[in-house]
Design a protein around this ligand. Sequence first.
Ligand code: SF4
Length: 63
Amino acid sequence: MKVTITEENCIGCGQCEATCSDVFKIEDDGIAHVVGEVKEEFKEDVETAADGCPTSAINVENA
Ligand code: SF4
């Protein structure tokens, strides 16, 4: 699973971090970043976060 953020679309609302802080973190630049390796065990939460992103900035590619 590959997860990326379209940074120009992220408004830094924090929803993704609240949903899955193992994968998403709002950094000092005020937008979300993917932290570390995205393990399969986070798949469901990642998809919930992606679905809940108000600007559809989270991209999920399932390998
Ligand atoms: S939910 Fe979307 S807009 Fe909000 S911080 Fe995460 S990536 Fe950015």
